[in-house]
Design a binder for this molecule. Structure first.
Ligand code: NDP
Length: 308
């Protein structure tokens, strides 16, 4: 017998879908991948999720959501999704180390992963001054210098946002011109609090044995020159990658690999997408949770339609 609902992903989108479908007595199976809790577990305090005036740390927030889903009967299963078979009136989720799961509806909430530079010190100081999200963590760094790495619209937006809190913002870009739209680039170039390091890459995130970010060692790729800048935080804004590899060729995606969904419905009846996996624009915990709720209601409606 196929399951009613399988939910792929345990970030705010997947867990909200789990709460709603479990509460509707659909007994969802939630597949938890390599990063349980998703991107929220890589941030520190979340101050903009409504209902937590004191703020809450990301891991606690997703743990609470999970508890809530379990309370209504959601079942959790560890597994890495490697593929998807579309059957005539159901789909089969292929897992790496476990038997495939057949389901009448599937809610894909596998999220997106922030790209990182891939240097060791960056990994070590993650959550201790290295962040992938200025909207999440920017307000924690008031009246101190910070940096943004990247030259796209996200980097521009983050740099401008950070000027509200930080004493200064260094933008570090590997080329001599920004990729971002002209209007955003101009705003950054003209902002009195922003200094731009062109043609520069981060060689090392420095912590001077304090185990939190104290600066960056930059290398100018044109001249080979090395320069240290003092910052208390560095925001990596070099793009995101939606986690959709397993669905390639089966579900419609845009050119960056984000699932294409209309009110969470993909082009395949019974398959829904929620959260960052279908949203390159907002990427917030609250919007992910909102779309998880929408996907759950759509799945419930779809299953109701099958019964009649
Ligand atoms: P982008 O892919 O547009 O930009 C990524 C930036 O990071 C580029 O400048 C790139 O450099 C740089 N980069 C990539 N890899 C590395 C690396 N390993 N080391 C150092 N630098 C690196 O991603 P965004 O997240 O900025 O934007 C994604 C999409 O969302 C875009 O289409 C953007 O326009 C859109 N967006 C729109 C907004 C708006 O309109 N308000 C706001 C935010 C995003 P290089 O330029 O050399 O390739």
């Amino acid at each position: 017998m196929p399951e009613n609902v399988v939910i792929a992903g345990t970030g705010p989108a997947g867990l909200t879908a789990a709460i709603y479908t479990a509460r509707a007595n659909l007994k969802p199976v939630v597949i938890e991948g390599m990063q349980p809790g998703g991107q929220l577990t890589t941030t520190t305090d979340i101050e903009n999720f409504p209902g937590f005036p004191e703020g809450i740390d990301g891991t606690s927030l997703v743990m609470k959501m999970r508890e809530q889903a379990e309370r209504f009967g959601a079942r959790f299963q560890r597994g890495e999704i490697t593929g998807l078979d579309l059957l005539s009136s159901s789909s089969r989720v292929i897992l790496e180390d476990a038997a495939p799961v057949e389901t009448l509806t599937l809610i894909i909430a596998t999220g997106a992963s922030a790209k990182y530079m891939g240097i060791e010190s960056e990994q070590k100081l993650m959550g201790r001054g290295v962040s992938g999200c200025a909207t999440c963590d920017g307000a924690l760094y008031r009246e101190v210098p910070v940096a943004v790495v990247g030259g796209g619209d996200t980097a521009m937006e983050e740099a401008l946002f950070l000027t509200r809190f930080a004493s200064s913002v260094s933008v570090i870009h590997r080329r001599g011109e920004f990729r971002a739209s002209r209007i955003m680039s101009e705003r950054v170039k003209q902002h009195p609090k922003i200094r731009i390091f062109w043609n520069s890459v981060v060689e090392e995130v420095l912590d001077v044995s304090r185990n939190e970010v104290t600066g960056l060692r930059l290398k100018n790729v044109k001249t080979g020159g090395i320069e240290n800048v003092t910052v208390n935080a560095v925001f990596i804004a070099i793009g995101h990658e939606p986690n959709t590899k397993a669905f390639r060729g089966k579900l419609a995606m845009n050119e960056q690999g984000y699932l294409v969904a209309d009110r969470t419905r993909t082009q395949v009846p019974g398959i829904f997408a929620a959260g960052d996996v279908q949203d390159p624009t907002y990427r917030q915990a609250i919007t992910a949770a909102g779309s998880g709720c929408m996907a759950a209601l759509e799945a419930e409606r779809y299953l109701g339609g099958l019964e009649h």
